[in-house]
Design a protein around this ligand. Structure first.
Ligand code: UD1
Ligand code: CA
Length: 453
């Protein structure tokens, strides 16, 4: 069976009060439309057609990499009119599924039964709501079978009491859509071409419309306002954290973990409050993330603790390491096992061997450190001369005294030792002590200045 998926995304989204087209607003850093495209991909859509209108160029550019068919709907005359624009792009032998660019949380597992049923005839996804206000109501006949959808503005008092609503999501054989859609009129309260009218046409011709009802109506909720966007973001985040908890992740508060990408965690990891994970983050076993950390595209080895207020980006941290509090690991940081990066330390393109420590107030950039290195407080690698970047290299067991300035390119060989406060500009040979600082002079009989009277 071929599946064609039509995604409606032509609406203005004026209630967002934004210059950004609605479907480009994000949940978990991904555009709403991106979530829908992921669902389409999971369903193995053979042809995905996006109906665009307002802000269309921007939307198209954003998804230029994806294999999509773009169809413009110049004037928005209703959902039926929107799907009608795609008719010539639909494969005759396909089942057509209609989704919405502003309904991001629908899961493939919810749609699979709908698509299966639609191979035979029309199928509609409905939801039962305590407050159905604004939605099209699903009207059933005396046998309980689907009869039609009536829009809020066209409904009578009895119909308005119906709590089963049209989610808008439906599927049917392409030929059926091609037959009925051109016959839909705009003879209704809104003067719009209503897509659900194809369903009542099918019923009139003797077809049964199969109905699938969603378990959790949040899945079919759309985004019209920023308040709804936030509501769906929270629902999405909770869903992700609950999935990870079911796989064994410990968290202090599922409402205070945000995953904007993919988090993979080994056994017995624990994430304290206000953690933000972005991109691809992989944790080994027993990793502890203390409060208020941001971790982006990083890998953290087993038994490592990321202390509070740390910020990691494109970093690889080995096992049994200790990072922070207040550490900043920038891209290209690679820390071997048992390393320590302490408070107010920034690293960038820094490779540290096993057991090496940079514990306080340092900048280590463009540097390769061996194993067992100890970098004293306040040490700075001067990697930049205003035009170019240069490398600092340290062998194993190097000791850098506090407040040293290492002017790259420079090498401190194995067992090299740098006295505190040194400015190092030349190679320190193996086992040598380097002291590069002004000599201390003590002047006796010194009189302190006195305050002017
Ligand atoms: C529609 C349904 C209603 C259902 C509700 C669920 C119709 C006639 N009504 O109502 O039964 O309960 O969705 O949310 O289908 N769009 C276009 N082009 C258009 C019109 C709409 O692309 O010309 C897109 C919009 O971007 C939006 C979606 O279709 O994503 C729904 O359109 P909207 O006008 O919000 O439909 P509703 O009135 O909410
Ligand atoms: Ca709507």
């Amino acid at each position: 069976m071929t599946l064609n998926i039509v995604i409606l995304a032509a609406g203005r989204g004026s209630r967002m009060k934004s210059e950004t087209p609605k479907v480009l607003h994000t949940i978990a850093n991904k555009p709403l439309l991106g979530h829908v495209l992921d669902t389409a991909a999971a369903l193995e859509s053979g042809n995905t057609i996006v109906v665009y209108g307002h802000g269309g160029e921007h939307v198209r550019q954003t998804f230029a990499e994806s294999a999509l068919t773009w169809v413009e709907q110049v004037e928005q005359k209703g959902t039926g009119h929107a799907v009608l624009q795609t008719i010539s792009a639909l494969d005759d032998d396909a089942t057509v599924l209609v989704l919405y660019g502003d309904v991001p949380l629908l899961r493939p597992a919810t749609l699979e039964p709908l698509v299966e049923k639609a191979a035979q005839g029309p199928a509609l996804l409905t939801a039962v709501l305590t407050d159905p206000q604004g939605y099209g109501r699903v009207i059933r006949d005396d046998k309980g079978l689907f009869a039609r959808v009536v829009e809020q503005k066209d409904a009578g008092a009895d119909e308005l009491r119906v709590q089963e609503v049209n989610t808008g999501v439906m599927a049917m054989p392409a030929l059926m859509l091609k037959k009925y859609l051109p016959r839909v009129t705009n003879n209704n309260a809104q003067g719009e071409y209503y897509l659900p009218d194809v369903l009542s046409m099918a019923v009139t011709d003797g077809f049964d419309v199969q109905v699938v009802t969603v378990d959790d109506a949040i899945e079919t909720e759309g985004v019209n306002t920023r308040a709804q966007l936030v509501q769906l973001e929270r629902a999405y985040q909770l869903r992700q954290v609950q999935t990870l908890m079911a796989q064994g992740l410990g968290v202090a508060d599922p409402a205070r973990v945000d995953i904007r990408g993919t988090l993979t965690a080994g056994k017995d990891c624990f994430v304290d409050v206000n953690a933000v994970f972005e991109g691809e983050v992989v944790l080994g076993d027993g990793v502890i993330i203390e409060p208020n950390c941001v971790i982006r595209n990083s890998t953290i080895g087993s038994g490592t603790r990321i202390c509070a207020m740390s910020h990691l980006e494109q970093a690889i941290v080995g096992a049994s390491a200790n990072i922070g509090p207040f550490a900043r690991l920038r891209p290209g940081t690679e820390l071997a096992d048992k390393t320590k990066i302490g408070n107010f330390v920034e690293t960038k393109k820094a490779v540290l061997g096993e057991g090496s420590k940079v514990n306080h107030l340092s900048y280590i950039g463009d540097a390769v450190l061996g194993a067992g290195v100890n970098v004293g407080a306040g040490t700075i690698t001067c990697n930049y001369d205003g035009a170019n970047k240069f490398q600092t290299t340290m062998g194993d067991n190097v000791f850098i005294g506090s407040n040293s300035t290492l002017v790259a390119p420079v090498t401190i060989e194995t067992d090299g030792f740098v006295g505190a406060g040194s400015v190092v500009t030349k190679t320190v040979g193996q086992g040598e002590l380097a002291i590069g600082r002004g000599k201390q002079r003590n002047i006796s009989g010194w009189k302190r200045p006195e305050k002017n009277k």
